[in-house]
Design a binder for this molecule. Structure first.
Ligand code: UD1
Length: 422
């Protein structure tokens, strides 16, 4: 297994270009199943999770061809067969559930392994399934699989009991080919949902209210394959902004939509960092006077839970006290014990963490437990004294394209080494 060796203490300086959004690309790749023919997706990041969803749609008979040099993915969906999405694949990535909505809409049946819990929480998919039922599907859980069947989905009014990115996307994908009108309430307003919606509209879907709590969909008979460019990854952008902050460097993030990281920019600016922005870039510079902050993770446009671990790494280096309240996932503090091994002063009480900034983190051998917890360790290592060894870096391969190359290009001393211990 590969490891990262990071010699900390270097200020990052320079520019970094943000890749396409993983969390927009995943449902969009699944949504390509809704049309018959060849879909071309541009700005697809070369990530393990993207390979996994491609494997998923290939199980159903789709053909995929990914060009890593141009980040272009071609998907042919000419002859779909109703195959099962097996446990062995779903256990490697929960987001394969995105195949359910489109398959139900296009073929009226799908058998998909029910995802189990994960490192950050229980993560049920009851809202997805209740939405499909509301559209007229019969759902049964048998032998660990969700069996969903519907002759023809029918428009409905469905209120989500909780704001869920995955459920909003999945139910939206199921309803675009349903008979009649669907009204979805308490929808997620994340940019990822808007990107999916724009893709579906370009395919011929009739959708209104994207980016609001209520989405109206009028079912159409058929959708057409299109060429579409995925939006930039706001979580990757936020991570590099924090990388600039944690090393007290000057970093310009290019190919970003500044509004998408508005909550983070607001917090960094309150803490004393100097931020400037253009149409598609954001720059961060350090200042002498820095102070802690209080953040509470919330659905968009609130502070994203995916940046909670990264900002905690920053808080460990900021004078004074910072507080985090994690409201989205019940177990999303697995990075805390690892940060403590680097000397961080963090007190945990339920969903609240209190972080007392220290002068300098110290190097240690640490282990990634999930994608964003892994990003926090990389950020902490960039600021720490001496060389930190980070294991289980396959987690960061799921969501950060060319992580070591991008950080190195701004002056970080990071090496990916083959053959480390697990
Ligand atoms: C997506 C993102 C993930 C991000 C999260 C919240 C992808 C692939 N993943 O995950 O990176 O951290 O949004 O922004 O895009 N819930 C239920 N029942 C459901 C669905 C969700 O109780 O049927 C709960 C979850 O356990 C969680 C909350 O709702 O507590 C929000 O989860 P959700 O927005 O669905 O997250 P994901 O779509 O899984």
């Amino acid at each position: 297994m590969d490891i990262y060796k990071i010699k900390g203490g270097k200020k990052l300086n320079g520019e970094v270009s943000i890749s396409g959004s993983k969390n927009a690309a995943l449902p969009i790749i699944a949504a390509s199943l809704l049309a018959d023919g060849e879909t071309t997706l541009k700005n697809i990041p070369a990530l393990v999770d993207i390979k996994t969803i491609c494997k998923g749609i290939e199980y159903l008979g789709a053909k995929t061809d990914f060009d890593q040099n141009t980040n272009t993915l071609k998907i042919k969906t000419l002859s779909l067969k109703n195959n099962t999405i097996p446990y062995d694949l779903v256990k490697t990535m929960r987001a394969l559930y995105y195949i359910m909505g489109p398959m139900l809409a296009r073929t009226g049946e799908t058998d998909t392994s029910l995802p189990g819990g994960c490192a950050i929480g229980e993560r049920p998919i009851d809202i997805h399934l209740a939405g499909f039922e509301s559209l007229g599907a019969k759902i049964q859980i048998e032998h660990g699989y969700v069996k969903a069947r519907a002759k023809k989905l029918k428009g409905t009014k469905f209120v989500m009991r909780k704001v869920s990115v995955g459920a909003t996307a999945n139910i939206m994908m199921a309803s675009v080919l349903a008979n009649g009108e669907t009204v979805l309430e308490n929808c997620a307003m994340e940019p990822d949902i808007m990107d999916l919606g724009r893709f579906l509209i370009q395919m011929g879907a009739e959708i209104q209210g994207l980016g609001t709590e209520t989405i109206h969909i009028i079912g159409v008979k058929k959708l057409n394959p299109v060429t579409y460019t995925i939006m930039p990854d706001r979580i990757e952008a936020g991570t590099y902004l924090i990388a600039g902050a944690v090393t007290r460097g000057t970093v310009k993030i290019k190919n970003v939509i500044p509004d998408h990281i508005g909550a983070l920019m607001h917090n960094l600016s309150d803490m004393g960092f100097l931020l400037s922005q253009g149409d598609d870039w954001v720059k961060i510079e350090p200042s002498k006077k820095l102070k802690g902050a209080i953040i509470k993770t919330m659905p968009y446009p609130g502070f994203p839970t995916d940046l909670q671990a990264p900002i905690m790494a920053l808080f460990t280096t900021i004078p004074g006290i910072s507080v985090i309240i994690e409201t989205i996932f019940e177990k999303r503090y697995t990075h805390v014990p690892e940060l403590r091994r680097m000397g961080a002063d963090i007190t945990l009480e339920g969903d609240v963490s209190i972080i007392k900034g220290i002068k300098k983190l110290s190097s240690a051998t640490v282990m990634m437990s999930d994608l964003r917890a892994g990003a926090a360790l990389v950020l902490a290592a960039l600021a720490a004294e001496n060389t930190t060894e980070i294991r289980r870096i396959y987690h960061s391969d799921r969501g950060y394209e060319k992580l070591s190359e991008k950080l190195s290009s701004m002056g970080a001393d990071i090496k990916r080494v083959e053959g480390g211990k697990g």
